[in-house]
Ligand binder design. Structure first.
Ligand code: AMP
Ligand code: ZN
Length: 493
């Protein structure tokens, strides 16, 4: 596939160290609160990337950390300890908070069809590895001890890499919000590998180390966890764009200093989900969660669909209107799939192969998921039998993960009639090329069903007078109709 690489700032042919195998690492969530839908945008896009690589035939080993320690927003040890803040807020221990929000995160992932990575490693589980890593950096002269903490010495690195999406200003310690100058640092970009001097006297999680009792810095967990489970050569590292600097910059510096050779070839960064107030962020306190979307009646997969409709390298503007549009389009897509006649035809391999090739051209071009969705509509319009269409849709959905066939089957089960495409076979309810679904509660009645379909056809044709007339007629016969997205449900009252 062709994939943009944040390091080279180019769209490149994706290549791996070992042919056919992808060692992939993802920065995981900081588990002091629920993940917001911005965080989840990043995980959705990374999930599609992983599944697309598998679709191309790669064997993928995907590793992710859970940040339950080492989460301080700056090396100067300023700001708040987020885990501690979460624990105080909920009157729980830090580890209980971590467990609670790790579970909540995977629960959200399940609802969004995000696959659990092959390896998930909580940061607190590998403290010995970090100590070993930091000791090795000390031995090699890449780290120094000052004021009770161990720092990485960026002046010993040939090239302190900076992702170009960030400007030089970001590098000047002091200009970034909440970051204070740390007098122990020899160079402004040096960063803490191990803290023993913390301003947090009640720091809950501490471990013994050659430098005293303390805890790891912000960046070391990702390098050490990746090296343990992905090996010395990483093919693909993912995260949200805010992770590029300083987190990923520092990961590269310490990993290459430790290994003595290049570490990760390809960097994939997902741009932010924004609201009118700017980037959605946990620390602002006001953010949207998947549970909240559910409470408002949205299917979480509508949010996945919303994310897939736009490119991962562009900021995505969230608004309820935008989400409504996506939810409507998603439901309509499911209805069209539900309307495919189930019984018809043998799989046409040639057509299937041709459409799969189009999908690869689309999604394999820098993960163009919007084009991938267009491919779904192209399949629905294709001149082939329904069996072939369903097989192709199923294959695309192994990447897009929109539960297309499952949702369509559910719809078919719940609805008495899903009008088959092309339209006109039953009551002419497909004026707009859309399908109209009718369900009943209680005893079926063919005549009533036809009237409800007629009313649907009138509504689709915007003939509201006729639609109201039929509703009144049905009411007079003791039938109540409730409109649902794309159809209606009737019952006797
Ligand atoms: P955190 O739980 O804060 O460590 O963040 C988890 C992931 O979400 C990281 O990869 C972040 O870069 C990413 N992220 C944070 N805010 C946003 C946002 N508004 N939109 C997209 N991704 C985000
Ligand atoms: Zn990371």
């Amino acid at each position: 596939m062709y994939l943009y690489n944040s390091v080279t700032r180019k769209r490149e042919l994706f290549q791996t160290h070992t042919p056919g195998r992808v060692e992939m690492y993802t920065c995981g969530p900081t588990v002091y609160h629920f993940a917001h839908i911005g965080n989840l945008r990043s995980y959705i896009m990374e999930d599609v990337l992983e599944k697309y690589l598998r679709y191309e035939g790669y064997d993928v080993n995907r590793v992710m950390n859970i940040t339950d320690v080492g989460h301080l927003a700056s090396d100067a040890d300023t700001g708040e300890d987020k885990m501690l803040k979460g624990a105080k807020r909920e009157n729980m221990s830090v580890m209980e908070i971590a467990q609670r929000y790790t579970d909540a995160f995977f629960n959200d992932c399940r609802k969004l069809n995000i696959k659990t990575p092959d390896v998930v490693q909580p940061a607190t589980g590998l403290i010995d590895e970090y100590i070993h890593f930091v000791s090795a950096l000390m031995d090699k002269g890449h780290a120094y001890f000052a004021g009770g903490n161990v720092y990485f010495d960026t002046s010993k690195t040939d090239h302190y890499h900076v992702f170009h999406d960030h400007d030089e200003q970001d590098l000047a310690v002091g200009v970034r919000e909440g970051v204070e100058e740390d007098g122990n640092k020899r160079n402004k970009n040096d960063f803490v590998l191990w803290f023993t001097k913390s301003k947090f006297e009640d720091q809950a999680l501490k471990w013994d180390s050659p430098w005293g009792v303390g805890y790891p810095g912000w960046h070391i967990e990702c390098s050490a966890i990746s090296m343990k489970f992905n090996g010395e050569y990483l093919d693909l590292h993912c995260g949200g764009i805010d992770n590029a600097f300083p987190h990923h910059t520092n990961e590269i510096a310490q990993s290459e200093a430790y290994l003595g050779h290049p570490w990760c070839n390809h960097w994939f960064h997902v741009h932010h989900l924004n609201t009118v107030g700017g980037k959605m962020s946990k620390s602002k306190g006001e953010f949207l969660t998947i549970s909240l979307l559910e409470e408002k009646g949205y299917d979480p997969l509508s949010y996945r669909f919303f994310c897939l409709q736009s490119h991962y390298r562009k900021g995505l503007a969230f608004s309820w209107d935008n989400l409504d549009n996506a939810a409507g389009a998603y439901q309509k897509l499911i209805r069209r799939i539900a309307a495919l006649p189930l019984e018809s035809g043998l799989l046409d391999e040639e057509v299937a192969a041709q459409y799969r090739e189009t999908f690869i051209q689309a999604v394999g071009n820098d993960l163009n998921t919007a084009q991938g969705i267009t491919c779904l509509y192209d399949v629905l319009k294709a001149r082939t039998n329904a069996a072939t269409k369903l097989a192709i849709l199923e294959s695309f959905d192994s990447v897009l993960s929109l539960s297309l066939l499952e949702k369509a089957a559910e719809l078919r089960e719940n609805m008495v009639e899903v009008q088959p495409e092309p339209s006109g076979l039953t009551m002419g309810a497909a004026v707009s090329g859309d399908v109209y679904l009718v369900r009943h509660e209680g005893e079926p009645d063919d005549e009533i069903r036809k009237l409800v379909m007629q009313r649907g056809a009138a509504k689709q044709a915007k003939n509201f007078a006729e639609a109201d007339r039929i509703r009144d007629e049905l009411k007079a016969r003791g039938i109540e109709i409730t409109d649902v997205p794309g159809g209606a449900v009737w019952k006797r009252v």
